[in-house]
Design a protein around this ligand. Sequence first.
Ligand SMILES: *Cc1c(COP(=O)(O)O)cnc(C)c1O
Length: 345
Amino acid sequence: MIDLRSDTVTRPSPAMREAMAQAEVGDDVFGEDPTVNRLQDMAARLLGKEAALFVPSGTMANQLSVRLHTRPGDEIIVEAGAHVVRYESGAAAGLSGVQTCWLPGTRGILQPEQIDAAIRPPDYHNPPTTLICLENTHNRGGGTIYPLDRIGAIRKVAEARGIALHLDGARLFNAVVATGIPATEYARHFETVSFCLSKGLGAPVGSLICADKERVVKLRRLRKMFGGGMRQAGILAAAGLYALDHNIARLAEDHTHAKRLAATLAQLPGVTIDPAHVETNIVVFDISETRRTADEVLAALKAEGLLLVPFSPTTLRAVTHLDASSDHVEQACAILKNVFTRLAA
Ligand SMILES: *Cc1c(COP(=O)(O)O)cnc(C)c1O
């Protein structure tokens, strides 16, 4: 079975497992796990922030950031497809008591004017707008890269209105590798930046939040409150260090594979996709012209050995990753050709 449902399906390699087995550990709730501390230092350095905090998931990284920047009754501005409101089980409302303002983006990307217009004027009828969250790359947008000048323009709006910016950078390194723009250049526009080790970087568990020292102290306390304090977490952090040392540059291969899939899909009957929109490792395509539901097409692909996920009743998503070799991608292309040609017949 070729599994392109998500880049979360990657399994730790033998060398990564070896690094985990060798990890020096201590109690991280006491701040005494040397491997966690090394990972946090490395993450902070990579993003050009003073400090970083290791957390169990990207969801926790986002939600700790929401909690940090807001008070109950505040409003946060997000893009309508953002992970922080679409895939986190209502956590912003449930755990931070904030309401969310969803703005429609173009493949996930917002305009500064849109954000400026959505910020609430100070009036006691209004919830205070206290946070803007951006996502880079944007998952539901199809792996879209946030243009750096757009981020800069949004930063100006946020600063002028005294509002914090959080970056959900679950796949920030995909943007870094695709553009050649250093992570620090993206990160400097945000008070808090999160990224995932457990996606294309290939670690089994974990995310980091990077910020200034004072905010990281507060985040550390909130992490305890949310139940995310871990003990001998160095075993997991060792996988993260291995991932940052070995698996960043190779994300370029995943991008090449995604473009290969997109070029194949663009030729197939019943499929609509603009290959120019495939910027990183995510391929979203429309199947409405097959007149089949996403579930029917997924079942036909699965029967031939290819797993994808539905993104809507008429769109599917494929994600390339560390455990999908060029051979796997060629096989996936052959399966897509067979299935869509048959459905059209
Ligand atoms: C995967 C992902 C997250 C975090 O997901 P977890 O499964 O909680 O680690 C956050 N944001 C985006 C954009 C993601 O793709």
